[in-house]
Design a protein around this ligand. Structure first.
Ligand code: S3P
Length: 431
């Protein structure tokens, strides 16, 4: 159990946010299939991204890594080779799903396994549409890991996605790069577009239509290694933004944060709820970047529906916490995807917020939350359920409690933010 202390005198300070998880994964993957050196600065050395790095090492790619610096010696697609052992994906859905698409077109078979949580997550969402390209992946009868990918020669396809998922979209893009003609992928709703942006930098011909959801991918037998500086992860910054908003007497600045509009839903939520937030964007070549400053704020309730969800998907546990602090009743719908994240986040968020005395009604695809500026704690023993984002959300909630709380399975935070507790401690004011 990790003790979580309140912060009655507030939080203050400035923090440079660690690298973005989604972008770090993609930088390793594109570097591994490109020709020549790829240098990654500000890489997120969290457990999930290290799984990606390790998987490519197992496939024969030479990769050097020290903290947040990575150097990949790419030898193009042909630099990937069969390995006798299953690839261990740990907790990482992004590594698993994207690599299914990438390996579907390689001339060898690969196997994938994962931890208890990953083994429960749905994989047919990738393997079914991959069939349109000729991809062959065998899953368990439940449609989960372990997976066996039998590499095939892939053909172009036009696919309309059934779920709004950047992981599924990216898997299909990585397959389409290996096909022998142009493919079209049509998203259900626009989702994070880091794969598309980074592929353009590496020399691929990939275009997105003005509807923001129709993507044309041309074959890319030759990609060229690049230098990638990973911007700060807005999903990590979000914990401190919410801390600054809900803990009285606080002012926090977060620097170098990725402001890609497919990811900034949490900023819109904070603004709509009445938070005092300042966004300063500065010029950058590819992904937009900026600084964020937030102050303690009195919050109004919010309603989020299906179209709002993709840009805030990973921050919904934090939106629930904001709602728990707002004066009134908030509603989140269209978020059934939360049920198939690292945990069923509708169930785990509801169970944990109820321990804090917050009134939560579970919906099949969301939550109704009635907030209060002060909670009546019912149970001080909180639990991350092994889910990094639930653990960090609860650590932020505890800052506002009227007594110390305890967090079980706190080590889960290392999946996306190994330094989370150290960074959080920096904001505490000296007594
Ligand atoms: C991710 C996409 C999202 C997100 C996950 C990372 C990515 O998942 O929740 O944390 O890097 O593509 P889905 O694509 O399943 O929504």
């Amino acid at each position: 159990m990790t003790q979580l202390l309140p912060a009655p005198t507030g939080l203050a300070g400035t923090l440079a946010i660690p690298g973005d998880k989604s972008i770090s994964h993609r930088a390793v993957m594109l570097g591994a299939i490109s020709q020549g050196a790829t240098q990654i600065h500000h890489f997120l050395a969290g457990e999930d991204c290290l799984r990606t790095l390790q998987a490519f090492r197992k496939l024969g790619v030479q990769i050097e890594q020290a903290q947040d610096e990575v150097l990949i010696h790419g030898q193009g697609w042909a630099g990937l080779h069969a390995t006798n052992h299953p690839l261990q994906m740990g907790n990482s859905g992004t590594t698993t799903r994207l690599m299914m698409g990438l390996l579907a077109g390689r001339p060898f078979a690969s196997q994938m396994i994962g931890d208890a949580s990953l083994q429960k997550r749905p994989m047919k969402r990738v393997t079914e549409p991959l069939k349109a390209f000729g991809g062959q992946v065998r899953l368990s009868p439940a449609g989960t890991l372990p997976a066996t990918i039998t590499g095939q020669i892939l053909h172009p396809a036009t696919v309309e996605l059934q779920v709004a998922s950047a992981q599924v979209k990216s898997a299909l893009i990585l397959a389409a790069l290996q096909a022998d003609g142009p493919s079209t992928i049509i998203e259900k709703l626009p989702t994070r577009n880091h794969t598309e942006l980074m592929l353009r930098q590496f020399g691929a011909d990939i275009t997105t239509a003005s509807d923001q959801r129709t993507i044309t991918v041309h074959p890319a037998p030759h990609l060229q290694g690049q230098t990638v500086t990973v911007p700060g992860d807005i999903s990590s910054a979000a914990f401190f933004l919410v801390a600054g908003a809900i803990v009285p007497h606080s002012q926090i600045t977060l620097t170098g944060v990725n402001l890609n509009p497919t990811r900034t839903g949490i900023l819109n939520v904070l603004q709509q709820m009445g938070a005092q937030l300042t966004v300063t964007e500065y010029p950058s070549a590819s992904e937009p970047i900026g600084d964020l400053t937030i102050q303690s704020s009195s919050l109004k309730p919010i309603n989020l529906g299906p179209v709002d969800i993709p840009a805030v998907i990973d921050e919904l546990p934090l939106v629930a916490l904001l709602a728990a602090c707002a004066q009134g009743t908030s509603k989140i719908t269209g978020a059934s995807e939360l049920r198939v994240k690292e945990t069923d986040r509708i169930a785990t968020v509801s169970a944990e917020l109820r321990k804090l005395g917050v009134q939560v009604t579970e919906l099949p695809d969301g939550m109704i939350i009635t907030g209060r500026p002060h909670w009546t704690i019912k149970n001080t023993q909180l639990d991350s359920h092994g889910d990094h984002r639930i653990g960090m959300m609860l650590a932020i909630a505890a800052l506002k409690a009227d007594r110390p709380l305890a967090l079980g399975h706190a080590d889960a935070v290392a999946v996306s933010y190994p330094e989370f507790f150290t960074d959080l401690a920096r904001f505490r004011k000296k007594a």
